[in-house]
Design a protein around this ligand. Structure first.
Ligand SMILES: C[S@@+](CC[C@H](N)C(=O)[O-])C[C@H]1O[C@@H](n2cnc3c(N)ncnc32)[C@H](O)[C@@H]1O
Length: 421
């Protein structure tokens, strides 16, 4: 069955096989979930992706449940088959009978695992009545390289609340042009329109380009720049372009720069769909010299993206402690480089979608020491629809456990800096 074309398999079995392929890409090949190939298209591909994401999100819990029922650690593929079955039964509420049958069929499908089909059957059938045990399991712990600095920065209770927030996928957030056609949803205090989900391209206003998908937290940094109408604004790490569109919609004359040509294609597509305009530049910010200094700069620097684990449950399985060092070094250099492109009296917003202070608060504290001509503006969270606890040294700090009853938001740090005139 492993080599059989997906069209010859029942859809649910094809999707489950696809999910196992995606899990192997992430867990064994170290590739991002979105880059993996399930071997499927259309609805089964979407289902496979969703199932693989579900396993990665709940993996620590599935492993805890399974560990108590097995004497030895089985082969990696068998472990994934069992994990998939567990999350389908306990998270998705799938009918156990069909899940177990497919799990056994998947084990039988390869010579390497055929002998363990009996084990799969026995372990899964032994899960009957384990709902209470499953519900009592704590959320999966983040890896130690992340847990330690987060506990130090935000405290153990907050860390556990962040881990709990990672169990729930992010809602669908839209930034809507003023007066633009938009689907029904709830408007958050920050101004973002929030929906439960849905097929993006089928929602009212998609074809008209009256909105774009952008997490509520990611929509705040541009607002720190205040009125940008008619100003020359540089979006220094622009792709895929959420903030470029915000700046253009606010009337700025935007230059959107990014080092990645492939990612910049998405900026161009987004601008075309929304009817907004920006000058798009493919360049490494470290080597690029602007024709003239800018009135304002947005530096949404590359980072660990640990603030987006709700939407990217593969991240904790892929990133490593050593990534942090390389990224913080890059943020340091990009920030200094950006300052050379800023006009005297100009404003710069630095932001990262990271949970780690070394990629946020510490970067700004260090930059203020390095550049005596730089000032950080004290920000009032209420002015952006945010609660007082988001105020943080020199900026705003958002963590995913904020607004649990509203569906949370991405982790972000942002600061507004002004260069002396
Ligand atoms: C956090 S993402 C930007 C997200 C974007 N601002 C948005 O809101 O849609 C960081 C971006 O930085 C870009 N990048 C990384 N190093 C760069 C460099 N040296 N010069 C320019 N862009 C760079 C990456 O290609 C990536 O697209």
């Amino acid at each position: 069955m492993e080599d059989r074309p997906a069209r010859d398999l029942p859809e649910s079995l094809a999707a489950r096989r696809g999910a196992l392929r995606l899990l192997a890409h992430v867990l064994r090949d170290g590739r991002m979930l979105g880059d993996g190939a399930s071997g499927l298209t259309g609805a089964p591909a979407a289902r496979a992706l969703r199932l693989a994401g579900l396993v990665l999100r709940h993996m620590g819990r599935a492993d805890a449940l399974l560990k108590a029922r097995m004497q030895r650690q089985p082969a990696a593929r068998i472990r994934d088959i069992l994990r998939l079955a567990v999350v389908e039964i306990f998270v998705d509420g799938a009918a156990p009978h069909g899940v177990v049958n497919d799990a056994v069929a998947l084990a039988r499908a390869t010579p390497r695992t055929v002998k363990q089909a009996g084990l799969v059957n026995a372990v899964l059938r032994g899960l009957g009545g384990a709902e209470a045990e499953w519900t009592a399991l704590p959320p999966p712990a983040l890896p130690a390289w992340l847990r330690k600095p987060l506990a130090k920065a935000w405290g153990r209770d907050r860390l556990e609340a962040i881990e709990a927030a990672h169990l729930t996928p992010a809602p669908l957030d839209l930034s809507v042009k003023p007066g633009g056609l938009a689907p029904d949803g709830v408007t958050l205090p920050t101004g973002t329109l929030r929906l439960d989900g849905g097929q993006v391209s089928a929602l009212p206003g998609y074809a008209e380009g009256t909105w774009w998908v952008q997490d509520a937290a990611a929509a705040v940094p541009v607002r720190l720049l205040g009125d940008v109408a008619g100003q020359r604004v540089l979006d220094l790490c622009a792709a895929p372009g959420g903030k470029t569109m915000q700046l253009a919609a606010a009337g700025a004359e935007v230059t959107a720069l990014d080092v990645s040509e492939a990612r910049l294609k998405r900026v161009a597509e987004n601008l075309t769909r929304t009817g907004l305009s920006a000058t798009v530049v493919t360049a490494d910010a470290m080597n690029w010299t602007p024709p003239a200094p800018f009135d304002a700069i947005l530096l949404d620097a590359p980072c660990t993206a640990t603030g987006t684990i709700r939407r990217h449950p593969d991240l904790p399985h892929l990133r490593e402690a050593r990534d942090v060092e390389a990224l913080t070094r890059m943020q340091f250099h990009l920030l200094d480089r950006a300052l050379t492109m800023l006009a005297p009296g100009g404003r710069l917003v630095f932001c990262t979608c990271s949970l780690l202070p070394v990629e946020g608060e510490h970067q700004i504290t260090a930059a203020l020491k390095r550049h005596p001509d730089l000032r950080a503006t004290a920000l009032d969270p209420a002015a952006y629809g945010l609660p007082p606890e988001t105020q943080s040294p020199h900026g705003l700090r958002l963590l995913p456990d904020l607004w649990p009853d509203r569906g949370g938001l991405d982790g972000f740090y942002m600061a507004l800096l002004t260069k002396a005139a």
